[in-house]
Write a protein that binds this ligand. Structure first.
Ligand code: E4P
Length: 229
């Protein structure tokens, strides 16, 4: 399962890419508008931080298929690299997905809440579908179950579209999605820290350091292996 970052916060992207195995960045109009800055500047800066080989998923702001295609072409030209246009699943969105694919543009069909939406998106040629876990959980539905069934439907029909689960609020949701066989998750930067945190890890690290110091003092392993002149 790949991990993507669901943010347009440049500092956070820089930091996460330095420390975590980030496969790409996803944005949506809400995430972009939170930065209150120039759109071109934001998306080109994200690309220059992550480089051309990591995925960049940027959502369309258009609603009609031809307009979505034109916008996708402009964004692709602007950001280059491994780019996917995010298109919400609507009738026009499905048409746009096929159009974009026929123009060689990667497609992520987003705002997926049901299994039939995901199957139709796949048949329209989407590379990824993005089901929204927490928003489903918020309405007493079960986001993880929806992802699990999408994964199973794709397996049943031998569909290559990948499941990029989105909208997470906690580590448990991410863990449960990882059990479904989903291909990727997109999470906010703080969730990376939460996912690796466990107090026993810190206790273990402290114990290792104390035991080492009791015998070798403040000398590090590398220092003890240095050749004497
Ligand atoms: C990503 O594709 C989605 O836009 C995003 O994860 C939605 O997350 P939210 O429900 O926290 O807004």
């Amino acid at each position: 399962m790949l991990y993507l970052l669901d943010t347009a916060d440049l500092d956070a992207i820089r930091t996460c890419c330095e420390y975590y195995p980030v496969a790409g960045v996803t944005t949506n109009p809400t995430i972009i508008s939170r930065e209150k800055s120039d759109f071109r500047e934001i998306i080109t800066s994200i690309r220059s931080i992550i480089g051309p080989d990591k995925m960049l998923h940027v959502q369309t702001t258009e609603e009609e298929a031809d307009a979505i295609l034109r916008e996708a072409e402009k964004i692709r030209e602007t950001v280059g690299g491994k780019f996917f246009i995010k298109i919400p699943i609507t009738r026009e969105g499905l048409k746009a997905a096929s159009l974009c694919k026929s123009h060689g543009i990667g497609v992520t069909m987003t705002a997926i809440f049901t299994q039939p939406q995901a199957l139709l998106a796949a048949r329209a040629g989407a590379d990824f579908v993005a089901p929204y876990i927490n928003r489903l959980d918020n309405i007493v539905s079960d986001g993880v179950r929806v992802v699990e069934e999408i994964v199973n439907i794709y397996r049943t029909y031998g569909i290559g579209t990948k499941v990029l689960a989105a909208s997470f609020k906690n580590a448990e949701q991410v863990h449960k999605v990882s059990l479904t066989g989903a291909d990727a998750v997109t999470i906010n930067p703080d969730l990376f820290d939460t996912l690796i945190y466990h107090p026993l890890t810190y206790y273990a690290i402290d114990d290792f350091a104390k035991d080492w110091e009791a015998v070798y003092g403040d000398k590090k392993a590398g220092e003890l292996l240095e050749k004497k002149a």
